[in-house]
Design a protein. Structure first.
Length: 280
């Protein structure tokens, strides 16, 4: 899933694709280097971000979705508003990626069920301007068990609303109401999320916990300088069975996954061993 934020204030690419023309070109470029799905978002969800009004969000995303979908690109819409989801699907989106898991808009789950499209429900506790105040996980088993339990509740709500199980994907919500240590615990135990019985989407790309890991005396590593760390993390996670990876640099991530897959194949089959009979 290639990230395409048509916002002025997203943490990584805010302000880069603010016109329909530049956004459409970038979405097409993401597909050209391997994106299976282009995730178009018109609302920044970085910590501290202020929500745009509904009309502004619609104006940002609908022209881009319409153009990309019209050219054959598979598009998801990154939104917490059911009205935006409905308009985006009308413009050609095939997946609704809702970081609130239906909590921000009570009409979202029923709307997605009616539309019959794919739905990604992320673990979420509050809007961006206050979410880090909710980064407390004191339940038995710590952050992993608590996030699994809370995601299970969103799964059950989505299924009860009529969203089909084979169209429902869950996301542990790295960076959303999580400390850096929480994020590391979650990525270290991604296998636990198989308990939920649904496909999993992981979005670690360029997030703050990577910047803090690479911090120096000047502070956390700048967003644009975190990609190598993200690729390293994806390489370590390559054998995890997840439905998708939400990334900014599609080419770099695809390259890393191809190397990891070929390395695993060589270990399994011995195809990477030298031919000793020929003295090599």
């Amino acid at each position: 899933m290639g990230v395409l934020n048509v916002t002025p204030d997203s943490f990584s690419d805010g302000g880069r694709w603010t016109t329909p023309e530049t956004a459409i070109d970038h979405g097409t470029a993401l597909v050209d280097v391997g994106a299976d799905l282009v995730d178009v978002g018109g609302e920044s969800t970085r910590p501290g971000a202020t929500r745009p009004v509904e009309g502004e969000e619609l104006a940002r995303v609908i022209p881009v979705i319409s153009a990309l979908a019209g050219s054959g690109v598979a598009v998801s819409v990154d939104t917490m508003r059911s009205s935006v989801a409905r308009a985006a699907v009308g413009a050609g989106a095939v997946v609704v990626n809702d970081v609130s898991g239906g909590l921000a808009d009570p009409a979202m789950l029923d709307t997605v069920a009616e539309l019959g499209v794919g739905y990604v429900a992320m673990h979420w506790r509050a809007h961006s301007d206050e979410m880090q105040q909710h980064a407390v996980y004191d339940g038995p088993g710590g952050v992993v068990s608590v996030v699994i339990d809370e995601l299970a509740a969103r799964r059950d709500a989505a299924l009860a609303a009529g969203i089909l199980g084979d169209r429902l994907v869950l996301d542990p919500g790295l960076g959303f109401a999580k400390t850096a240590d929480h994020n590391w615990e979650l990525v270290a135990h991604l296998d636990r999320f198989e308990e939920l019985g649904q496909p999993i989407l992981v979005g670690a790309s360029r997030k703050a916990f990577l910047g803090r890991l690479l911090a120096d005396e000047a502070g956390p590593r700048a967003v644009d300088l975190r990609e190598h760390a993200h690729v390293a993390l994806l390489t370590l996670l390559a054998e995890r069975r997840v439905w998708g990876l939400r990334v900014h640099d599609v080419r770099a991530c695809w390259d890393a996954l191809k190397v990891a897959a070929r390395f695993a194949e060589a270990r399994r089959t011995g195809s990477g061993r030298p031919d000793l009979k020929e003295g090599r």
